[in-house]
Design a protein around this ligand. Structure first.
Ligand SMILES: [Mn+2]
Length: 252
């Protein structure tokens, strides 16, 4: 059977980027959209994104920032932008986040998670070290995905578009981020996740029987406008990430 699936992730409240991606998906007449989470959080338009998601049915899961929004309800968060995001989201949009599953499977072919299968805040493909960010090798990735029976494994969270074909015939796909093409990570090590272009990214899985091909798509949109909006919402770093898809000089 021939079927195509659009895979989107990490919208992060970027309505203009989401609209560009949906336009591209609709123009290709792809009906099934899989959304890997991190829908609203950031310096842009959370409720605007929520409205568009309500109008465009898709198979969605919960990301780490979706969980963080829910966990901070009724509290004052120290996380930059969190209070603004919560103030903007409607009860309907909060309910949307509450009902999202952590993982899902589609057509016995696809397994989807935000980070790794049992943790929304770890990277499946990328290893963060003091020397920088590296992609795990074949053996490591086979070990990390050994409990998954579906052939195609989807993950988001790192915002970097990547396809890895494993020697056991499985495929790991990160479609990149719709709405935030770079960010600064702060865990054990300070690191930059950079897609190196400002485009809104998503991916298409073309399945034809056992033959699979993955298309990585970059959509142009008005990132200058998105960047200006981030700036007026008080986030100069987001404004830079949106414009360049990489670390601003001042933060390097
Ligand atoms: Mn994210």
């Amino acid at each position: 059977m021939k079927k195509s699936y659009a895979v989107i992730s990490d919208i992060h409240g970027n309505l203009l980027a989401l609209l560009a991606v949906l336009k591209n998906i609709h123009a290709r007449q792809i009906e099934t959209i899989i959304n890997l989470g991190d829908h609203f959080f950031g310096a842009l338009e959370p409720e605007g994104v929520a409205q568009i998601l309500r109008e465009n049915p898709m198979l969605s899961i919960r990301g780490n920032t979706d969980r963080e929004i829910l966990e901070s309800l009724g509290k004052v968060s120290q996380k930059d932008q969190m209070e603004r995001v919560k103030a903007e989201l409607s009860p309907k949009s909060i309910k949307f986040l509450q009902q999202l599953p952590l993982t899902l499977t589609v057509d016995d072919l696809i397994f989807a998670c935000h980070g790794v299968p049992d943790n929304d805040n770890e990277y499946l493909l990328e290893k963060v070290t003091e020397k920088g960010v590296f992609v795990y090798n074949d053996e490591e990735l086979i070990e990390k995905t050994k409990g998954i029976s579906e052939r195609i494994i989807l993950c988001g969270h790192s915002h970097v578009s990547r396809v890895v074909y494993l020697s056991n015939d499985k495929i790991i796909l990160n479609p990149g981020s719709v709405g935030l093409p770079a960010y600064l990570g702060n865990g054990e090590h300070r690191f930059a996740m950079e897609s190196m272009t400002p485009h809104a990214k998503y991916a298409i899985i073309h399945a034809d029987g056992t033959s699979i091909s993955i298309e990585q798509v970059q959509c142009s949109y008005d990132w200058h406008k998105a960047s200006e909006a981030a700036k007026s919402n008080g986030s100069d770093t987001w404004a830079e990430f949106l414009l360049h898809g990489r670390m601003p000089k001042a933060l390097r």
